[in-house]
Design a protein around this ligand. Structure first.
Ligand code: THU
Length: 134
């Protein structure tokens, strides 16, 4: 991921994190996704009094990307956690995999700036993706 895109994605994820609805966990998450045209799509977690109905930030951002006509995820940035960056949960790794190739960079950053860089393929090895059904 080039530095300019990383900066934009990090700023977008940090900004949308401020809108997280996380009254139950107190754990706010912001996600920013680049699509194949370079557009950035954002999402935050949206919790619910019926706990299992809550949405992860990545799922919200994916819905926004698809609704905007995006076809692929080319970079992922997550901003969450203090001292240790949060990485995408297992379910979100699979959700992201639907639109992201193994090579897609996943940049995780804590609120206080600790960074962890990975890729889709490293986070979800030997994954079951759309090509499996082609
Ligand atoms: N959360 C996300 O938004 N994304 C993840 O990948 C991990 C967890 C949210 C769900 C819940 O609102 C809060 O973080 C605590 O689990």
């Amino acid at each position: 991921m080039d530095d300019a895109l990383r900066t934009r994605l990090t700023a977008a994820a940090a900004a949308v994190r401020q809108h997280a609805h996380a009254p139950y966990s107190g754990f706010a998450v912001g996600a920013a996704l680049a699509d194949e045209t370079g557009r950035i799509h954002v999402g935050c977690n949206v919790e619910n009094a019926a706990y299992p109905q809550g949405l992860c930030a990545e799922a919200v951002a994916l819905g926004v990307l698809v609704a905007a006509g995006g076809k692929a995820v080319t970079a992922v940035t997550l901003v969450a956690g203090q001292g240790r960056p949060a990485t995408p949960c297992g379910g979100c790794r699979q959700k992201l995999r639907e639109f992201a190739a193994d090579s897609v960079p996943v940049h995780c950053r804590s609120v206080d700036g600790v960074a962890l860089d990975s890729t889709m393929g490293a986070l979800l090895p030997l994954s079951f993706g759309p090509e499996a059904l082609a």
